[in-house]
Design a protein around this ligand. Sequence first.
Ligand code: KIV
Length: 276
Amino acid sequence: MTAKPAAPSAQVHISELRRMRDAGERIACLTCYDASFALIEDRAGVDVILIGDSLGMVIHGRNSTTAVTVADIAYHSRAVAPHLKRAFLVADLPFLSFATRERALDASQRLMQEGGAKMVKLEGGREQADIVEYLSVRGVPVCAHLGLQPQLIHKMGAFKVQGRDNAAAEAMLHDARILEEAGADMLLLECVPSKLGKQITDAAQVPVIGIGAGPDVSGQILVLHDILNISPMVTLGRTPRFVQNFMQGGADIETAIRAYVQAIKSGAYPAPEHCF
Ligand code: KIV
């Protein structure tokens, strides 16, 4: 068996993510939920690993993320964090865990101290600016997740592309500015037209990570089980447009994850067929 090449080994900090953004080096991000995949993703050169509340769907088999708790995210973070030599670990604040300042701070404390996360991610627009600022001034790095917010599924009824018309696009651009001013260190855009992904990225001073947000963002993220073609969505034939199966061609898992990282770095992913 040939040894796999080692990824560069210096630990990625937030300053390195900012440097990559400024230098136009694309940031490769991927979700992860356990130790075995943590070792592989870290070795394969994934820059940012997210303990996403998508675990409610791909690990726990629910049909939304709303049942995921802080304890769940902490549990999976504890499984992943000790195995990361290089990747930067972000953990999701699950549904309603940031409904008040106090809850947001408690949850972030738990995910950072117990879970080993270096940043927390929360879904929402300008209505979350107060929480973002409260966390940020207390030393909690925050990623603000805009666009499609899967935690709102029961209010929306269905997942769909966000920011399609001019008014909605303007509002999201404005939200991004407000969240950055409130102290967000990173933005994540889910399911928005490529044009809006570029506008928000051009206007931002922080890295902007996209999932279905087109090619002109600072980096890309997908759900691990989607790129391995094994998630319930894929199995049920409901693969989102932005997903690419990296197991095609019979790759082994580490080769597939390396191909994913390389496709992001080279700009081969996302291709036009993955964009809105
Ligand atoms: O929960 C998650 O995995 C996420 C990504 C899809 C961005 O939020």
